[in-house]
Design a protein. Structure first.
Length: 444
């Protein structure tokens, strides 16, 4: 009809007039745009932050890689007793060492020298008057005496070795009665017999030492019975003796068996065991440059690194020639080229320390009382020849003090201010500088 308004197409009507209850499409599109813009802004921001972390200016790089400022190391000046010490190695040894060997069988029935019993054990004490070992059924024992055995001692013998035997027998409970000192008389015979009986043996008997063998009688035609009777009448009387092969004399206690090589059933050789006796001493070695620092009378600290035991002593003697030079011509391999130093302990050392290696600390010099001292690293010598120390004061200030140095020891040096300088105990002196660990050095 001519007056009617034409109807829009179906698509246009739907575009302009959405159905009731449907979401607003335009609003959705606007929200999507806003979300995309925000996400992009975040990405741009993160990228800038990452770039800032990676990209650095040359000034910033130099600042981060430059070494840190060094720290000043200081130590306090102090008053102390200074000591110059020499540290060396040493060994504890006895004043006497004796090798026990076989002088052959002493029994009349023995055909050869064989070890038949071993009583002593390495490291154990040796008791005077006790049997050490047995050779071919005969005892070997130790008695006290400074003179080594050099002959068989039998009735009628006289001398210093007889006097020593009499004293040794008395010390183990067997007196020699009224015998004159140094004469092997009847009292000494009884003492010898009693001693052997106490250790479980019978003594070897022999003719008197002061009896000459009977002269050969002229031949006669007497019957044989009369001849035998005369021979018996002329025979020398016999008595107990102490054979050379059965006794070992040691100077004094403590005595111990250092080593034992004898074995039952083996042939008795040249060295069956080694015994030590007497006061324990310490022997060390000094390098040539240390020889002039050490002299008799100086104090010594003795440390056993095996047991941790400590002792003190004094220097008894210092060799005038190196040990290697002294060994020349002795037929033995020369020892290390050092000067032997002998140390006497202030108190007797325990017997179990014999043979141990020890560390010796010898006080070669000491200041007379406490002196003003600084660490040796605090001392510096200038081009002008002056010796100075640098004192660290408050607020980072420093003051140079000229000093005169004295003796040194234990890493410290004695100092005395000169030229009007001032340095007192407790003030901090510069001993060096230290860079903090982990710092990176600047690259050039």
């Amino acid at each position: 009809m001519s007056g009617d308004t034409p109807e829009p197409a179906d698509g246009a009507a739907r575009e302009e007039q959405p159905a009731a209850g449907a979401p607003d499409a335009g609003l959705k599109r606007r929200r999507r745009v806003v979300t995309a813009v925000a996400a992009g802004a975040v990405l741009v921001t993160l990228g800038g932050v990452g770039a800032a972390a990676v990209i650095k200016s040359p000034a910033q790089v130099a600042a981060e890689t430059a070494p840190p400022a060094p720290d000043t190391l200081t130590a306090a000046a102090e008053r102390r007793v200074l000591a110059d010490r020499v540290v060396t190695r040493g060994k504890i040894t006895a004043s006497q060492s004796v090798d026990v060997s076989s002088a052959g069988p002493s029994g009349k029935d023995a055909g050869r020298a064989v070890v038949t019993k071993v009583q002593a054990k390495a490291g154990e004490p040796v008791v005077f008057g006790h049997v050490l070992l047995e050779i071919s059924g005969r005892p070997v024992f130790a008695l006290q005496g400074a003179l080594p055995a050099y002959r068989d001692l039998r009735p009628g013998a006289k001398g210093e070795d007889v006097k020593q035997l009499q004293s040794a027998l008395a010390s183990v409970g067997h007196t020699t009665g009224s015998d004159p000192s140094g004469t092997f008389g009847t009292g000494t015979e009884r003492a010898v017999t009693a001693f052997y009986t106490a250790i479980g043996y019978q003594p070897v008997t022999t003719g008197r030492a002061d009896e000459a063998p009977p002269e050969k009688a002229p031949e006669k035609t007497a019957d044989k019975a009369a001849e035998k009777s005369g021979a018996k009448a002329a025979a020398a009387p016999t008595g107990p003796m102490v054979p050379l092969s059965e006794v070992v004399f040691l100077t004094s206690t403590p005595a111990r068996a250092e080593s034992v090589t004898a074995k039952v059933g083996a042939n008795a050789g040249d060295r069956l065991m080694t015994l030590s006796a007497g006061e324990l001493l310490v022997s060390g070695s000094l390098a040539p440059h240390e020889r002039g620092l050490v002299r008799p009378g100086q104090k010594v600290e003795i440390l056993s690194e095996t047991t941790g035991g400590q002792a003190t002593g004094t220097v008894a003697a210092v060799a005038k020639a190196p040990a290697a030079e002294k060994d020349k011509g002795s037929g033995q391999a020369p020892s290390a080229a050092g000067f032997t130093v002998e140390v006497k302990p202030d108190k007797p050392l325990p017997a179990e320390l014999a043979g141990q290696e020890v560390r010796l600390t010898i006080t070669a010099g000491s200041s007379k009382g406490e002196v003003l001292s600084v660490p040796s690293s605090a001392i510096s010598a200038g081009a002008d020849g002056r010796t100075t120390v640098m004192v660290a004061e408050d607020r980072g200030q420093r003051r140079r003090v000229e000093v005169r140095v004295g003796m040194s020891g234990d890493g410290y040096v004695e100092v005395a201010p000169v030229g009007g300088g001032r340095l007192t105990a407790g003030e901090q002196v510069v001993v060096g500088v230290e860079t903090r660990p982990g710092a990176r050095k600047a690259q050039r």
